[in-house]
Design a protein around this ligand. Structure first.
Ligand code: SF4
Length: 333
C-alpha cells in the first residue's frame, strides 16, 4: 500500500465484531486503485467484499441505500471523516491518514508567510496527526500559531470541502492561513470563507504556494454570476439526494425568499447535479444550490446559467451586500 494508513486491522476487527457477511467498500477516486487490495483483506476476514464504482466526493455520500439493497452488513467508507448523525447500516470511517512528513513543505511556506506574524493553521483530515509538528515549525520560525475549533468538526484545525467553521472562528485573529494538504480545493475554501491570504504547504509534492490570485479570480466569477442572476425571473432551487446534501427545509426557505422578491422558483432534486442535467431546463434562468456548495464553485464555466450558493442568492434578493458577504465568507459553515 502507498503512504497512507488504511487501518486494515480495524477493518478486520469490525467485520468480526459485527459478523458481517457482506461488506461494501466506498472510496473517493484517488483511492480506488487500492480497492482490490482492500477487498482481499475483507475476503480473508470471511466476508464478501463489494466495491462501489460510483463517484464519492465526501462523507455526505455514504452509500446507505445501495448497501441496504445489497444486504450489506458493514459499509467501510474511506478517506473522509464522519458527517452524518445516523447511518441505517453499520458504517466505519477510515480516514486514510497520510504517512508523509510535512516538515519540508512547511519550511518552504515560511518564505511566503514572511510578512505575517499570526498564522491560522488548518489541515485536511489526512494530515491532522502532524498538527503539533506543523505548529512547532511555525513557532520556531517566530510565528504565533492559532488553531480554530468551532465545535462543528471532529477535530480542531480540520477543514472539509464544505465546512470551514474552524478557520472562520479564528479569521479575525490571524494575518494569514497556512493550509497543509494537497491541491487547491480546501485552501480555496479557506480563502473564500475568511478573506485572508492563504498559503498551501503540500506534503505530497513538498512545495508551498500562495492561492491568493486563484481566490481573486473565483471571486470575480462569483460576482459576475450574482449580477447575471439579478436579471433572472425564474429560479431552480437544487436539492441534493445524497444523505448529507438533502436540505429540504433550506430549499423551501430559498423558494419563499425568491417568491417574496417577485421571482418564480421551482424545486429540482437529484443525486448528481451536472451541467448536462441542467441543460434540460431552458425556462430556468438561474439556480440556487442547496446541495454541495462545491458544485457552484468548482465548475462555474461549465454551467450555462448561474448556479449560486445560498449566501450569494441573499445578495441577489438584497438581504446582504456583496461587501458584507465577502467579510462573512461565501460558505455557510
Ligand atoms: S457536500 Fe460537497 S464538499 Fe461537503 S462533503 Fe459532500 S461532496 Fe464534500
Amino acid at each position: 500500500m502507498p503512504a497512507f494508513d488504511f487501518e486494515e486491522e480495524r477493518i478486520k476487527r469490525e467485520i468480526a465484531k459485527l459478523g458481517a457477511k457482506r461488506v461494501l467498500l466506498q472510496m473517493p477516486e484517488g483511492l480506488k486503485p487500492q480497492a482490490t487490495e482492500l477487498a482481499k483483506i475483507v475476503e480473508d476476514s470471511g466476508a464478501l467484499p463489494l466495491i462501489s464504482v460510483d463517484p464519492c466526493y465526501g462523507a455526505c455520500d455514504v452509500a446507505i441505500n445501495e448497501a441496504q439493497s445489497l444486504g450489506v452488513g458493514l459499509i467501510v467508507h474511506f478517506g473522509h471523516v464522519r458527517m452524518l448523525k445516523h447511518e441505517q447500516v453499520p458504517t466505519i470511517y477510515v480516514e486514510v491518514r497520510a504517512t508523509a512528513a510535512v516538515d519540508a513543505a512547511i519550511e518552504k511556506s515560511l518564505l511566503l508567510l514572511a510578512e505575517y506574524t499570526k498564522v491560522g493553521l488548518a489541515m485536511s483530515v489526512q494530515h491532522l496527526q502532524t498538527l503539533d509538528r506543523a505548529k512547532e515549525i511555525l513557532t520556531l520560525a517566530g510565528k504565533t500559531v492559532i488553531i480554530g475549533d468551532a465545535g462543528q468538526m471532529a477535530y480542531a484545525g480540520q477543514v472539509s470541502g464544505c465546512n470551514y467553521s474552524n478557520a472562520k472562528s479564528i479569521a479575525e485573529e490571524v494575518d494569514a492561513f497556512l493550509f497543509v494538504g494537497g491541491g487547491l480545493f480546501h485552501a480555496l475554501g479557506i480563502a473564500l470563507s475568511t478573506a485572508k491570504p492563504t498559503v498551501v504547504a503540500d506534503p505530497y509534492d513538498n512545495r508551498a504556494y500562495s492561492i491568493n490570485e486563484d481566490a481573486q479570480k473565483i471571486l470575480r466569477q462569483r460576482f459576475a454570476s450574482i449580477q447575471e442572476a439579478k436579471e433572472a425571473k425564474t429560479f431552480g432551487v437544487l436539492i441534493g439526494l445524497k444523505p448529507g446534501q438533502k436540505h429540504l427545509d433550506q430549499a423551501l426557505q430559498v423558494k419563499a425568499l425568491a417568491e417574496k422578491s417577485g421571482k418564480t422558483a421551482y424545486l429540482l432534486v437529484g443525486r448528481e447535479i451536472t451541467p448536462e442535467a441542467l441543460l434540460e431546463f431552458p425556462t430556468v434562468d438561474a439556480y440556487v444550490n442547496t446541495a454541495c456548495p462545491r458544485i457552484s464553485l468548482d465548475a462555474p464555466g461549465k454551467f450555462q446559467r448561474p448556479v449560486l450558493m445560498v449566501n450569494e442568492f441573499r445578495v441577489v434578493c438584497g438581504e446582504v451586500s456583496w461587501e458584507s458577504l465577502l467579510k462573512e465568507g461565501l460558505f455557510e459553515n
